[in-house]
Write a protein that binds this ligand. Sequence first.
Ligand SMILES: NC(=O)c1ccc[n+]([C@@H]2O[C@H](COP(=O)([O-])OP(=O)(O)OC[C@H]3O[C@@H](n4cnc5c(N)ncnc54)[C@H](O)[C@@H]3O)[C@@H](O)[C@H]2O)c1
Length: 329
Amino acid sequence: MKDVRTILVTGGVGFIGSNFVRYLLQNYPDMRVVAVDCLTYAAHLESVRDALACPRFVLERVDITDAVAIERVFADYAPQVVVNFAAESHVDRSIEHPDLFVKTNVSGTGVLLSAACRHGVRRYHQISTDEVYGDLPVDSDDRFGETSPLRPSSPYAASKAAADLLTLSYYRTYGLPVSITRASNNYGPCQYPEKLIPLCILHALAGEPIPVYGDGRNVRDWLWVEDHCRAVDLVLQKGAAGEVYNVGGDSERDNLAVVRSVLRALGRTDDLIRHVADRKGHDRRYGLDSGKLHALGWRPTVGFDQGLANTVRWYLQNRQWWQSLPADR
Ligand SMILES: NC(=O)c1ccc[n+]([C@@H]2O[C@H](COP(=O)([O-])OP(=O)(O)OC[C@H]3O[C@@H](n4cnc5c(N)ncnc54)[C@H](O)[C@@H]3O)[C@@H](O)[C@H]2O)c1
């Protein structure tokens, strides 16, 4: 990507997007990074505070479903590469408000794809999730490959699967050079505390009960967010157009084990754990075969214990980040 002058990163103020913005500014000293974000509840400007001080960073407060505004952004900045992180990303919210997920995750992706076509971008990259494959039995060693059937369980996962199919259709129909990465559960700095790990950290710090869905035996594969950023970078450099790449963290853990690890890291006991009614349609286990990405030269570099210690330390050292989140979160 050394010759990419301008990259457009949608959702660049959210959790993974802001980590990716930081990664790009650090690793590509000649690149201009244009973040497009409409700043939903999940965006926290503190996450891009350092980036905002950099002259190579631009933030455009634009909704990806607004075709007129997106056209203006493409015309103004002429990005060679587009990476679409912008999405409604929380499964629980998708169960309450599925329509919003269809609008942002499917229609928004369609708006970006059309603009990318009109402006002849060199690569459109779609950020997707392991959740598009549905789940696996807890007691199996099976893993999903990129050609496994898409069997999403939640409106969130279904909207992401729909966006993947739309993205691939632009490759086949219009020849738009697209790529897709399907990552497992990310964790690390700047994650909004509705997601399991930061939620546990903040509740444990406050001595408040930690809600755990059902029996807590649902298994997720945990991926350190910077490893995800490196994976996307590698796919942009070496991945083929029209292809999908799984990005797994090789760190499967059930939710109870994750919660207990956070409690131990903060010197708290399991007494804070409260089992609550299970999530509707709750997937049991996700597991990815990332061999295709390994063949390009990527491996996760941060294992779960190290990554969790880093994450807990980050939330302890950056209290102003989470203490300045809007109170009604
Ligand atoms: N968090 C994970 O574990 C994980 C795993 C795999 C894939 N993903 C995918 O990665 C991407 C980013 O996830 P995240 O966890 O950083 O999410 P996030 O909720 O933290 O951030 C999403 C960002 O998108 C922005 N956004 C939402 N709707 C928008 C719209 N209509 N127009 C412009 N901006 C909008 C929000 O303001 C926010 O800044 C998503 O596409 C998600 O599906 C996430």
